[in-house]
Design a protein around this ligand. Structure first.
Ligand code: TRP
Ligand code: SF4
Length: 548
């Protein structure tokens, strides 16, 4: 599942942990990192397990997901899920934000395993896809039917029924099927062809390391992984473009693998160097500082002699500065850099961009050499360019690749949303109807579920007036912030403040939320019904003739 886990609730589920370092009531994140069952101390990102995030901070520290706040300012008119911190993290979202600002092509794609009814947790992702479409992106919604069949063992008849329900809700929420594309994995030949190519770049040991696969893992399950990789890269098949994949953090292993595979298929790698040897990132940062210092120095003391900077000069400076407290000269980095500089000795030290031939055809490599402007040096499997900057080099490498039959994929980007808490506390689960509001629920059912939801309220009204409620620990507040308040930040803030300030009591608060939910579902069911009548007009495969 991309979004909310499906497995049965974990009997060991812990109560919500109160460690919201990143909860900021002023932006109305719903605050607390909530475990949705399972392991609490360690974050395990398992796309097929009962995914658990007990502490969102670990995702930043251990997995290198970046906080969404760091790009929020770069997004032209951020969605309320972004503003409220529900979308809490990203990988490499900047190119997407830039394309949005500059009116350049970009895409958004996500997929849904049709294992049950779509519910309000999935709605977050539907909204994210639709919003990117409205911002000018190419939008894709796919039904991961191969994955549901192989990883979850659903029959094709079950898959068909659920697939239809996901598609209807996506349309009812505003997905434009003329401008975007909806597909089923099983019916998309291009995706399967691409999956096959991608499968040639990954082997069993790697899948084992990433997903904990073992000798008992079905081959189809592995195939569903490469299919997902193909889904993720599919928007770039015609031309490379920034692509965002909105998902829950449990899907991050897939995102990382797709970024790796995208890079592995590239014809050329682009790096920056100062001499013949290659540099690790930390070494490059350290050498950049040393180089700048050398340049300054040689300007000051220019005696008109030979002013060529050499590797040995950098080594000398690095040694002389051994006691300088420089954030970058970690001993290990310094040592390895020194070794490289010493070996290079009198070699000139000059910044350059390096194109490395990875998978290029001979003609493509020739064409690249030809296309590099200004001073260049050609080696066996790389070209060094002295008058090109990094960004221009990346573009050039991609253009040459595409012109010579390569994909030129950009590494896909991702955004991550928080898992919603179940209405009964614990995690929201498709298999526990009372824990979620299904997008197929009638308005009355929705109303009732909200009315009986767990709250962050105190035992008595007096206490609530005195101490205030705990909106950060309240599934009902979450409903407001994630869904019911829509775009109205003022309203979400008002609910939060009134609750925390003790002016709002749970009975009335739930009544208000229940009515809003009722309205939402009434409207949603109407739109679903309208789309159900028009579904045939759309070019979507709804029924498989597969057996079993
Ligand atoms: N694996 C996803 C899930 O468990 C479904 C999926 C398939 C998907 N292909 C995708 C998600 C591509 C995002 C992008 O729900
Ligand atoms: Fe939750 Fe509303 Fe009660 Fe506050 S008043 S704890 S937001 S139900």
């Amino acid at each position: 599942m991309t979004h909310e886990r499906d497995a049965d609730p974990d009997p060991d589920a812990q109560p919500a942990a109160d460690e919201s370092a990143d909860a900021d009531p002023t932006v109305h994140t719903t605050g607390q990192p909530r475990p949705d069952g399972g392991a609490v101390d360690d974050v395990a990102l398992d796309p097929w397990g009962s995914s658990t995030v007990s502490d969102y901070r670990k995702l930043f520290e251990q997995f290198g997901i970046e906080r969404f706040e760091t790009v929020l300012d770069e997004v032209p008119a951020p969605h309320y899920l972004m503003r409220r911190g529900v979308i809490f993290g990203h990988r490499d979202y900047r190119p997407v934000a830039r394309a949005m600002r500059e009116g350049d092509p970009f895409a958004a794609l996500s997929g849904f395993m049709p294992t049950g009814d779509p519910h309000i947790g999935h709605k977050l992702v539907f909204d994210e896809i639709i919003w990117h479409q409205q911002q000018g992106g190419d939008a894709y919604g796919l039904i991961a039917d191969l994955e549901a069949h192989s990883a979850r063992g659903l029959s094709w008849a079950e898959v068909d029924e659920h697939a239809r329900n996901y598609i209807l809700s996506l349309l009812a929420l505003g997905f434009d099927p003329e401008a975007g594309e909806l597909y089923r994995q099983s019916a998309n030949r291009e995706v399967q062809d691409l999956a096959f190519e991608l499968g040639a770049e990954a082997n069993f040991s790697e899948l084992q390391a990433i997903y904990d696969f073992d000798g008992e893992t079905d081959v189809s399950h592995m195939q569903s992984v490469v299919t997902q990789m193909a889904d993720i890269l599919y928007p770039q098949l015609e031309e490379p473009k920034p692509t965002v994949i909105p998902v829950g953090p449990d899907q991050d292993p897939h995102i990382r693998l797709s970024r790796d595979l995208a890079a592995r298929l590239r014809y050329f790698g682009v790096t920056e160097a100062y001499a013949s040897f290659e540099l690790a990132d930390a070494e490059r940062r350290a050498l950049a500082l040393v180089y700048d210092e050398l340049v300054d120095e040689s300007r000051r003391t220019d005696e008109g002699g030979d002013d060529t900077l050499r590797c040995e000069d950098a080594a000398a400076l690095l040694r002389a500065g051994a006691d300088r407290a420089d954030p970058l000269d970690e001993p290990a980095v310094r040592d390895s850099l020194l070794e490289k500089l010493d070996n290079a000795g009198k070699e000139p030290l000059r910044p350059r961009v390096r194109f490395v031939d990875r998978n290029a055809t001979e003609t493509a490599f020739e064409a690249l050499i030809e296309a590099v402007d200004g001073e260049k040096r050609v080696y066996d499997n790389h070209v060094d360019a002295f008058e090109t900057d990094r960004a221009a080099a990346e573009q050039l490498a991609r253009d040459v690749e595409v012109a010579h039959g390569g994909y030129g994929f950009l590494p896909p980007s991702s955004v991550y949303h928080r898992f919603m808490t179940g209405l009964t506390g614990g995690k929201m689960s498709s298999s526990v109807p009372a824990s979620h509001i299904s997008l197929l629920d009638t308005p009355e059912e929705g109303y009732d579920k909200v009315k009986t939801a767990t709250t962050g309220g105190r035992e008595t009204a007096e206490k609530q007036r005195e101490l205030g409620g705990e909106p950060d620990d309240c599934p009902v507040y979450e409903l407001y912030a994630y869904l019911l308040a829509h775009d109205d930040d003022e309203f979400a803030k008002q609910v939060y403040d009134e609750c925390a300030g003790g002016e709002r009591l749970c009975g009335d608060c739930k009544e208000q939320a229940a009515r809003l939910m009722e309205d939402f579902l009434e409207n949603h069911q109407e739109k679903r019904a309208e789309w159900a009548d028009r579904l045939e007009e759309l070019d979507i495969d709804l029924d498989t003739d597969r057996k079993r």
